[in-house]
Design a protein around this ligand. Structure first.
Ligand code: F0G
Length: 482
C-alpha cells in the first residue's frame, strides 16, 4: 500500500483519488426531519433521499465509480446471447478466482435463490459463520435452517480479535458429527461478515474450515460480497499474508471453495452478481435456474453497461490503494467516536462503522428495539441515515416469539470514496451530541409488521413523545443551525 507519512505525525485517512463528479446534498431542518421519520414509520428504509443529508444506509450499489468504469460502460456489446461484454466479465472472474464456470445473476440474493433452490431441501441445515438476512430467507424458504458457528468472540461487541468473523472449527466438527452429512447441503462462509459489524475471517480459518468439509465430502460455498474489505484485512492483519499481493490472497481464498458467489453491488463497485466455480457438475446443476429466474446465460438480468463496470471494478479491487479506502475511513470514524466515548464495535471492520445500541441506549428494552430507535434518533440528530442491524432485522419464529439478536447495532455504512473527512466528522459530532442526550431517546413499537423481511417495509411508532423532546433539545443546543 502507498506509504505516505505526514511530517506533523497526523494520523488521518488520505484519499488516493480525486473527485470528478459530484451530487448536491440537502440538509433539511430538524423539524422537517421529525416529519420525515414519522412519515417513514421510523424505518430508515422508507425515508426519501430528498430528506437525507449523509446516506449511510448501505454500501450496496452506491460506491463511487471510477473514470475507467464509467468509460467502459460506453463500449458495451448489447447482444442478447454471446455478448462480448459478458465474455469480458466471465474472463475477469476466472482470472481473479481461477474458476472455469460463471453464472450471472442480477444481484447477490439472486445467487442465493439459485443456490438454495438447487441444493437445499426440507430438513436441511446450512452451517455458516453468520447468516445474512437474504441468505437465511432463501434457505428457510426451501424448508432448511441455518446454524451459526461463528467464534464466541464474534458476537462480543468489544474485542481486539482481528478476525472476529472466523467460524469456530470445533463447533463445525461437532455440528457435522451431530447433524450427519446427508442433511448438510453445503457450508457457507461469509467473508467478511455483514450483521456482526463487517468483521473479517483469516485465510487460515477459511482453509481449516474448508479442509474439515473436504474430509466429509461437504460442498463449500463462499459469499464474497464483502470480500473487498476482507482481502485488505488479511493483508494487513494476518502475518503470513503480509508479503502476498491482493491478487495472490484472492486466489488463495478462492482455491479453498467449490462455489463462490458475490453481490457486485459491493464486490465490483457496480450493480449485479454471479456464481463462479471450477466443477462442471455444479454449473450444470444450477444452470437452468438462470434463464428461469434471471435472464439468458450471457447477462443474467444485468445490464450490459453494469457488466462492463463490474469487469473494471473487479480489476480495480485487486489494487490495495483502492480497497484500503473503505477500511481506513471506517477506522478513522470509529476512532473519533471512541475518543468521544461513543460505544462502537471494535475492532473497526469493513462496510461501515457500527454503533453498539445496547450500550448507547441501555435503558431501552430489546423488545423496544434499541438499534431501531437509535437509527431514528441519529437521523433526527443530523439527517444521517443508518441501518438497524439487530432484533428488528430478525424474523419472528413460527409461533410468534421474537428471537432477540445477538448484537443490537446501528450500521453507518461508508460507501467507498463517497464521503469526505469533514462529512464523517459532522456525523461524529451529531452522534456525540446524541450520546450526551441518550437518556431522552425512547423505544419503538410496531404499527405494521410484515411477517417476512419486516425491516424492509414495516412501520413503527415512538413509545412516547421522546422524539419531540429530542427535537426541542436540539433547538436549545444548536440554535438556528440545521
Ligand atoms: N451477502 C452479503 C454478505 C451481503 O452483504 C448482501 C447484501 C447480500 C449477500 C445480498 O446481495 O443486496 O446484491 O442482493 N447486503 C446489502 C447491505 C443489502 O446493505 O448490506 P444483494
Amino acid at each position: 500500500m502507498a506509504n505516505i507519512k505526514f511530517f506533523t505525525g497526523m494520523d488521518i485517512p488520505l484519499e488516493l483519488h480525486k473527485v470528478r463528479m459530484v451530487q448536491k446534498l440537502n440538509l433539511v431542518p430538524v423539524e422537517r426531519r421529525l416529519e420525515a421519520i414519522t412519515e417513514a414509520g421510523n424505518n430508515t428504509f422508507l425515508l426519501k433521499n430528498k430528506d437525507i443529508f449523509l446516506d449511510m444506509l448501505t454500501d450496496s450499489g452506491v460506491n463511487a465509480m471510477s473514470d475507467r468504469q464509467t468509460a467502459a460502460m460506453l463500449v458495451c456489446d448489447d447482444s442478447y446471447a454471446g455478448s462480448a461484454t459478458f465474455t469480458r466479465l466471465e474472463d475477469k472472474v476466472h482470472e481473479i478466482f481461477g474458476t472455469n464456470f460463471f453464472l450471472p445473476a442480477h444481484q447477490g440474493r439472486a445467487c442465493e435463490n439459485i443456490l438454495a433452490v438447487a441444493f437445499v431441501k426440507p430438513g436441511d441445515v446450512v452451517p455458516m459463520n453468520f447468516h445474512f438476512t437474504t441468505t437465511k430467507a432463501h434457505i428457510t424458504r426451501q424448508g432448511g435452517t441455518v446454524a451459526e458457528l461463528v467464534t464466541d468472540e464474534g458476537i462480543k461487541t468489544t474485542s481486539d480479535d482481528p478476525f472476529k468473523g472466523n467460524i469456530d472449527l470445533d463447533k463445525l466438527r461437532r455440528f457435522i458429527a451431530e447433524t450427519g452429512t446427508e442433511r448438510i447441503p453445503f457450508m457457507r462462509i461469509e467473508a467478511g461478515t455483514n450483521l456482526i459489524g463487517g468483521q473479517p475471517l483469516s485465510l487460515q480459518n477459511m482453509h481449516d474450515a474448508c479442509e474439515i468439509c473436504r474430509e466429509h465430502g461437504i460442498i463449500t460455498v463462499l459469499d464474497a460480497s464483502l470480500l473487498q474489505d476482507n482481502l485488505y484485512f488479511i493483508k494487513t492483519r494476518e502475518a503470513a499474508c503480509r508479503d502476498m499481493s491482493i491478487r495472490e490472497i484472492t486466489r488463495r481464498v478462492a482455491d479453498e471453495f467449490d462455489i463462490i458467489y458475490f453481490s457486485a453491488r459491493k464486490f465490483g463497485f457496480a450493480r449485479g452478481g454471479g456464481i463462479a466455480m471450477r466443477d462442471r457438475r455444479f454449473f450444470e446443476h444450477m444452470r437452468e435456474l438462470v434463464p428461469m429466474f434471471e435472464g439468458f446465460l450471457t447477462y443474467g438480468g444485468m445490464s450490459v453497461r453494469e457488466m462492463e463496470a463490474i469487469t473494471v471494478g473487479l480489476d480495480e479491487t485487486m489494487d490495495e490503494d483502492v480497497i484500503s479506502q473503505g477500511p481506513i475511513f471506517i477506522e478513522f470514524m470509529a476512532r473519533e467516536l471512541q475518543k468521544r466515548g461513543v460505544p462502537i464495535v471494535t475492532p473497526a471492520g469493513g462496510l461501515g462503522c457500527h454503533l453498539n445500541a445496547r450500550e448507547f441506549l441501555p435503558h431501552i428494552d430489546d423488545h423496544e428495539y434499541p438499534a431501531g430507535a437509535l437509527a431514528a434518533a441519529v437521523y433526527l440528530a443530523g439527517g444521517v441515515r443508518g441501518m438497524e442491524r439487530g432484533t428488528l432485522s430478525e424474523q419472528r419464529e413460527p409461533d410468534g416469539t421474537e428471537p432477540i439478536a445477538d448484537v443490537e447495532l446501528l450500521r453507518l455504512a461508508l460507501p467507498r470514496r463517497v464521503f469526505t473527512m469533514s462529512q464523517v466528522l459532522y456525523a461524529v459530532d451529531r452522534i456525540t451530541w446524541l450520546h450526551e442526550n441518550a437518556d431522552l431517546v425512547g423505544g419503538l413499537r410496531w404499527v405494521e409488521e410484515p411477517s417476512s423481511l419486516r425491516f424492509f417495509f414495516g412501520r413503527l411508532e415512538a413509545t412516547s413523545d421522546w422524539q419531540q423532546k429530542l427535537v426541542k433539545k436540539f433547538r436549545e443546543d444548536f440554535g438556528e443551525s440545521l
